[in-house]
Design a protein around this ligand. Structure first.
Ligand code: BGC
Length: 261
């Protein structure tokens, strides 16, 4: 637990499910005030809110699509109106939709880039604007992926969005460091979340992915949530512009394990 997270106002886009929900609950355990953004599944958001409250935090739910500028502006304004301020912005909402690159439609490309990269930019911009105008040493956490560094056939739009996020985060970190605003990425590997449910329900595909993880298992959402809590806390006060990978070693060239090569 991080004592200074108590009563901090934390906005999480895509906070109703997957890694977003795990982070919401973790910040609930830290007794923070959590703003759960969701796009269309209100029931899921209400379940997440209940879990945050049961964990010891406060929560509100706010609908909104991160690709719509007005929705992101409204999200930050609602957080401030309901909980009085903003301390941590977590740009977590993301989508993936694999297709061979030569068949990838512009629509599909745009949807992934708009959600994963432009959505994170809008969330970062609105949060940082609030921090600057109100002299708050807040922090932004962007949910990246191992695919900000590992190329991923069939997922060119996804990999491009996360690669873009890497330099977006580094640039924002550099630009706002003098104001004490920190901006970091989390880079999860293969996690047990709804986005992967179908893939990991198939034992063959699951074993295949596990063979690419030096630690040998698919990560638990809580293992990303704990990284978010650390980065948001003052224990990480000197950490900015990094990607903290929570990937069981997936980015460390697992094919070279046991001295191969
Ligand atoms: C993707 C997962 C994938 C993992 C490792 C993540 O960014 O969302 O679907 O399993 O990367 O490849």
């Amino acid at each position: 637990m991080y004592k200074d997270l108590k009563d901090k106002v934390v906005v999480i886009t895509g906070g109703a499910t997957g890694l977003g929900r795990a982070m919401a609950v973790r910040f609930g355990q830290e007794q923070a005030k959590v703003v759960i953004n969701y796009r269309n599944n209100e029931n899921e958001a209400l379940e997440a809110k209940k879990e945050v409250e049961e964990a010891g935090g406060q929560a509100i739910i706010v609908p909104g699509d991160v690709t719509v500028e007005g929705d992101v502006i409204n999200l930050v304004q609602t957080a401030v109106k309901e909980f009085g301020t903003l301390n941590v912005m977590i740009n977590n909402a993301g989508v993936e939709n694999p297709v061979p690159s030569h068949e990838l439609s512009l629509d599909n490309w745009n949807k992934v880039i708009d959600t994963n990269l432009t959505g994170a930019f809008l969330g970062s911009r609105e949060a940082i604007k609030y921090f600057v105008e109100n002299d708050i040493k807040g922090n932004v956490i962007n949910m990246s992926s191992v695919h900000e560094m590992i190329p991923w056939p069939l997922f060119v739009h996804y990999a491009a969005s996360k690669g873009g996020m890497k330099l977006m985060t580094e640039t924002l970190a550099l630009e706002y460091a003098p104001k004490g605003i920190r901006v970091n990425n989390i880079g999860p590997g293969a996690m047990n979340t709804p986005i992967n449910a179908e893939k990991f329900a198939d034992p063959v595909q699951r074993a295949d992915v596990e063979s690419m993880i030096p630690m040998g298992y698919i990560g638990k959402p809580e293992e990303v949530a704990s990284v978010a809590a650390f980065l948001a806390s003052s224990e990480a006060s000197y950490v900015t512009g990094i990607t903290l990978f929570a990937d069981g070693g997936m980015t460390k060239y697992p094919s070279f394990q046991a001295g191969r090569g």
